[in-house]
Write a protein that binds this ligand. Structure first.
Ligand code: GLN
Length: 473
């Protein structure tokens, strides 16, 4: 009820697309009953959360913030939603985001912008913008987000909360509306690394319904374990225990933190640089060793991502044809006209731009020049990370080059799509490589707005990231 009251009092933030008061109160009552009966409860039992409207949910509408899916209701829950439900969470509803998760400001939603609680004239970041807003404004304790090229880390940074994008394959993509399938990953957003760990631990695990979900994961000590809920918690407990026994005052003793020089160059705001450098100094004071590293193809991650992601999107979004589900144009002359009108009406400008770019780079005459070339570079970007991880255990740097900018409609300016793409420079590399990355609040920059420290780990090293982030917090 407290969460419902806060949601009702803060509708101007544009966070919720659907509030399920009845369902939430019933789930809360069921949780109370479990507690009263003395049942063994998961630590998430009764915790109020909400889902990015990219996850399909039984009994609640799912729109992906698109007109195309207005009124759509899924007959089943996404695996991530089902797993959290099994852990006893109370789901309050569905959160605004960029249409089909395409964007970095939550300005591309067909249902209005979401606002940054620190300054409501500014963006919260995106695409999981409202997932960040709901936590930052204390509407719910935790939320789910999705990250294809930075959509968990970037809004977490811009709103001063914590978020983690796990290794590709850690969480099931079943029931997560597809944007770019080789990049999309689900992850939690919450106030602290500890809360994120609890959420991720419940969300993750192999799922036979997602062919790219992993059956096994590597623990921090290098051994293999089955990918299932609970494995991160165990790995984290073992890591925390060994680190604490080693040196209580210096919990990060022995941790080698790689600092990529390409993340500290031109274009990064002075306030963001200062906050990030102060965070590095704090990690050092806690026993970590800073190591200079290089990720030489950082800049190339932008053209590579903005070829691969639209290519996959153009294919994934072909299913919205007005036939099977979703929006259908009211008037049309023949089948082709029905497709055209349906898609012209249903999709927003950014989604159309991506479909056109994607179709172009995949077309017969240009496939080799763009798509194939991008795939080769993607592999080289991943190899650069492996070379860097020879020298360090985690990589640290800024999440985004700037703090949250003013909302375009408020400031009267027009958003330039290319400028938006450039702001993804520090989150795209880990996405292309499939590596886990997280954002931890590390102070404030320009205009007193929050700044996030990004931590990137090697494959399956989420426990290392969460441990370092927890020590830092
Ligand atoms: N800003 C990036 C994009 O627009 C990333 C979005 C995402 O991670 N979903 O594609």
């Amino acid at each position: 009820q407290h969460a419902l009251d806060r949601i009702a009092a803060h509708t101007q933030l544009g966070a919720f697309l659907h509030v399920d008061a009845e369902g939430a109160l019933a789930a809360a009552a069921a949780s109370d009953a479990r507690r009263a009966a003395g049942q063994a409860l998961s630590r998430l039992d009764g915790v109020p959360i909400a889902h990015k409207d990219i996850f399909v949910t039984e009994g609640q509408p799912t729109t992906a913030a698109s007109k195309m899916l207005q009124g759509y209701q899924s007959p089943f829950d996404a695996t991530v939603v089902a797993r959290l439900k099994a852990a006893g969470v109370v789901n309050l509803g569905k959160l605004n985001c960029d249409e089909f998760a395409m964007g970095g400001a939550n300005e591309n939603s067909a249902y209005g912008v979401a606002r940054n609680p620190w300054d409501t004239s500014r963006i919260p970041g995106g695409s999981s913008g409202a997932s960040a807003v709901a936590v930052a404004a204390r509407l719910v304790a935790a939320t789910t987000g999705t990250d294809t090229g930075g959509s968990i880390r970037q809004p977490a940074a811009l709103t001063g909360i914590t978020g983690i994008k796990p290794t590709y394959g850690r969480c099931s993509r079943y029931g997560m509306i597809a944007f770019a399938s080789s990049l999309d990953q689900a992850g939690p957003m919450a106030r602290t690394a500890e809360d994120c760990a609890l959420m991720l631990d419940a969300m993750s695990g192999f799922d036979p319904r997602d062919a790219t979900s992993a059956e096994q994961v590597r623990l921090h000590d290098g051994s293999l374990a089955a990918n299932q809920p609970g494995v991160i918690g165990k790995d984290l407990a073992a890591l925390t225990l060994s680190a604490e026994l080693a040196d209580k005052a210096r919990p990060l003793a022995g941790l080698r933190v790689g600092v990529p020089k390409e993340f500290f160059g031109e274009g990064v705001e002075a306030g963001v640089l200062a906050a990030t450098r102060a965070a590095l100094a704090q990690l050092e004071a806690m026993g970590a060793t800073l190591v200079d590293i290089s990720l030489p193809r950082t800049e190339l991650s932008i053209p590579v991502y903005y070829i691969i992601a639209p290519a996959e999107a153009s294919s994934n979004l072909s299913r919205y044809d007005g036939v099977k589900f979703g929006h259908r144009a009211a008037k049309y002359s023949d089948l082709n006209d029905m497709y055209c009108k349906t898609r012209a009406e249903g999709f927003g400008a950014e989604v159309k731009r991506r479909i056109m770019i994607g179709t172009y780079v995949l077309s017969h005459g240009y496939y080799d020049a763009y798509y194939l070339q991008a795939q080769k570079l993607r592999r080289m970007i991943a190899d650069d990370f492996q070379a860097a991880f020879q020298q360090c255990d985690v990589i640290a740097g800024p999440v985004a080059p700037t703090v949250a900018r003013p909302i375009a409609t408020t400031s009267g300016s027009q958003t330039d799509p290319v400028a938006e793409y450039l702001a993804d420079i520090f989150t795209l590399p880990a996405s292309l490589a499939g590596l886990p990355g997280m954002s931890v609040p590390c102070g404030f920059g320009e205009h007193g707005m929050p700044v996030g420290l990004q931590l990137i780990g090697n494959y399956w090293q989420e426990a290392r990231l969460l441990h370092a982030a927890h020590a830092f917090q």
